[in-house]
Structures are given as C-alpha cells and as structure tokens.
Design a protein around this ligand. Structure first.
Ligand SMILES: *Cc1c(COP(=O)(O)O)cnc(C)c1O
Length: 390
C-alpha cells in the first residue's frame, strides 16, 4: 500500500479509523444530511498518508476527495475502491489536462488561461471537463475577479456544451476567527453577487461550495451543497477560538467531539547516565544541573521532530512526561528519564498520543514551536510507516 524502505524505520504512526468515523459523525450532525463532505487530503492527507486516509474515509462513507495537485489526485485514484469523485484545488500542468479530463477528475479553474485550455482540450477530446469555477471574494490568491464577470459569463456560455459546470466555489480568508465576521460576511455577499449574476446569465452549477472546516463550524451560512473538510476530519479544531465558539453548543458528556486520529511512537534506543555539570549533545545548550538519567530516542528533525523542540519538547515513556534535553539533532533526541523507576531499551516512547492515561497532543507541540497543527502534521515524512487501527 505504502512504498517503504527495507528494514525497520525508527518510528511509526497509527491512524485511527474509529476517531475518523466520530469526526465525520460530528461534522454530519453540524451540516445535516444533504451536503456532500469532500475530504481534503492535500499535504499527504495532512501527514496521515493519502493511501490510509482514502481507505479510512471511504469506509466511513466519504465519496469525494480534494487534493492540491494532480499527483495527489492520481494517488487518491489509485487507492480509491469506491469510484469516489476527485477535485484538484490547485496545481496541474497543461500537459496533464487530457488525462485528467479523461479520468473524470475535476479541477478548479481560477483564471482565463486555465479556463480556455480546459475548454480547448474538452472540445478536442469530445469529453467534458468537470470544472469548478473559483471566485475571488477576498482571499486574494486565486479566482476570477468581479470585474471579470461579463467575460467569464460569455466564455462559459460558449463552453457549455464542452465542459460540465461542476462547481462554483471560493475560499474564506480568516473563517477560523469570529473576529473576522465582517470580512467573511463580505466574502459571502460577493459570492452571492457572482452566483446571481451567473444565474441571470443562465449559468447554473452542480454544486455551490465555499466552506472549509472553520467556516463549516462557525459560519453555517457557508455550508451550501458541499463542505471541504480538512483539519477537522483529522480531529483538530482549526483554532482554539473555533473550539470555544462551539463549546456552548456541545453536549456536556462529550465536550470535545473531534478526536485525533494520529499517534506517533518510537522506542528507547539507549539509556545513559550523565554527571552533574556535563553538557548534553552538541554545543552547550544544556548542562546537567544534577546527576541525570537520559534516554536516547531515535527521532530527530530529519524525521519531522522539529528542532524548535530543543530543550522543551515532551514525550511519554512509562506513562510519564519526559522532557527533551539539549538540541534535537537530525536523527535523535535525548530525554530526561531521571524520574522514572525503570527504563529499558525498546521501551515505548510516544511523541504524539496517549500512554497509560497521559497524553501529548499536537496542540501542545504547536504552542512550543510556533508551528500550527497543519505544519507539524504535513512535515511528518512520507517514509514513516502509517498503520490503520480501529
Ligand atoms: C485546504 C483547503 C480546505 C480545507 O481547509 P481546512 O481548514 O483544513 O478544513 C478547503 N478548501 C480549500 C480551497 C483549501 O485549500
């Protein structure tokens, strides 16, 4: 399923299918029965692995996937067993258009260049491209501007026989914060102006879709026909603020309905005594202030364990929190295990996840490294094995 090197890697990831089912159940309860959920699997499925996430999501009933680029789209196609729909939000090369169109893979069209090429290729092939017309409403990255509307409408009119108007979409800038309410409201208004203009020109789309996780959860008017769910599907709140905004609506018994899927584990490689006054690791960033016992864990920045966690990261060993001492090196960290009774080589080490009732969350990492959840997850290297658990 996943191409792995020979031999046993230094750490492993477990991805919980049960947690995903719970997250989808919660999102479904928020959006009602009708809207389609598109599982956003860009960035190697936010680090969870595209192959694993396609399997887990299809088992949970998902039949629509969003990727950033065409290479990810083909990976989804390879691992999909339920003929799920695929939509590319970002990058593709012109040379790939014929194959993508033939495969029925939909894609965003955000400028006249791509629109014209999609029309030309569709006409040449005699196969209609599934296009999602992206509107600029305030994110200022990609999308047709309001000033483009007349030209856009006339081109789409001409192209109607050659392409399928699969979606009309936009992306919000700042839906993760209630304080951006005015900005998001403006974006919604611009979107509806566009939609009305196109409708008046007899241009109707199969699906109107605008919402990412944050918009879905805190701006329900953005839900429409489909929601594009990334981070919430993986069990994380887009921001603390989105969680607090929802908290009051949540049932008491289930204060956090989003469950983390990912667990990241390694094991103790070696155990070492350090005398008071000795420096640990490269340089002099850490000096032992007492006699210490250290465990060396074979995970470093080359494995996605950020260097910014030097002298601050925490892991779990024997159900206890243990702090990283010294700098994170390419392939290893040293952690203080002086407070543990008995540490053995190959004892389990948890970098993210639970152990004997204690937990290291991704959020606790992110605070100490200034990385958001998204970044830490997507930086987990592809060659760490990812195993689906229930
Ligand atoms: C990444 C992305 C999403 C998903 O965002 P989350 O905040 O992870 O839910 C939705 N739409 C577009 C266009 C995106 O690029």
């Amino acid at each position: 399923m996943q191409e792995l090197p020979d031999g046993i890697p230094t750490s492993r990831l477990e991805i919980s299918a049960k947690a995903y089912r719970q997250n989808i159940r919660y999102i479904r309860s928020e959006i009602g029965p009708k809207p389609t959920i598109s599982a956003v699997v860009k960035g190697n499925a936010y680090g969870h692995g595209i192959a694993q996430m396609v399997e887990i999501a299809e088992r949970a009933g998902i039949r629509h996937f969003s990727t950033f680029s065409s290479d990810e789209a083909w990976l989804v196609r390879r691992h999909s067993t339920r003929k799920s729909e695929i939509m590319i939000l970002g990058m593709l090369y012109d040379s790939e258009l014929p194959d993508l169109i033939q495969a029925g893979i939909g894609f965003y069209v955000f400028d006249f260049d791509r629109l014209q090429k999609a029309i030309d290729v569709s006409r040449d092939l005699g196969i209609a491209a599934k296009i999602h017309v992206e509107l600029e409403t305030g994110f200022h990255r990609t999308g047709f501007d309001w000033e483009d509307r007349a030209q856009l409408a006339s081109l789409l009119q001409e192209a109607k026989d050659h392409v399928i108007l699969e979606g009309l979409c936009t992306h919000y800038a700042g839906a993760e914060s209630v304080s951006n309410y005015v900005r998001v409201k403006n974006q919604i208004a611009v979107y509806y102006d566009f939609k009305n203009f196109l409708s008046e020109n007899n241009l109707f789309f199969n699906r109107y879709h605008t919402a990412c996780s944050a918009a879905t959860l805190i701006f329900p008017e953005t839900i429409m026909d489909m929601v594009r769910i990334g981070i919430a599907g993986y069990g994380f709140w887009p921001t603390k603020e989105t969680f607090f905004a929802k908290l009051k609506d949540l049932p008491k018994a289930n204060k956090n309905p989003l469950k983390r899927l990912i667990t990241w584990k390694s094991q103790v490689m070696s155990v070492k005594k350090v005398e008071m006054g000795e420096f640990v690791g490269y340089g002099n960033s850490f000096m032992a202030l007492k006699n210490m016992l250290l465990a060396i864990v074979p995970v470093g920045y080359g494995h996605g364990y950020s260097r910014l966690l030097s002298n601050s990261g925490l892991v779990l060993i024997g159900g206890k929190h243990c702090q990283v001492v010294g700098t994170v090196t390419m392939n290893a960290i040293a952690v203080d295990v002086s407070h543990l009774k008995d540490v053995q080589i190959v004892d389990e080490v948890v970098m993210i996840g639970k152990q004997k009732g204690k937990e290291i969350t991704v959020a606790s990492f992110s605070e100490s490294t200034q990385q958001v959840n998204y970044e830490l997850l997507t930086r987990l290297p592809r060659d760490i094995p990812r195993r689906i658990i229930d």
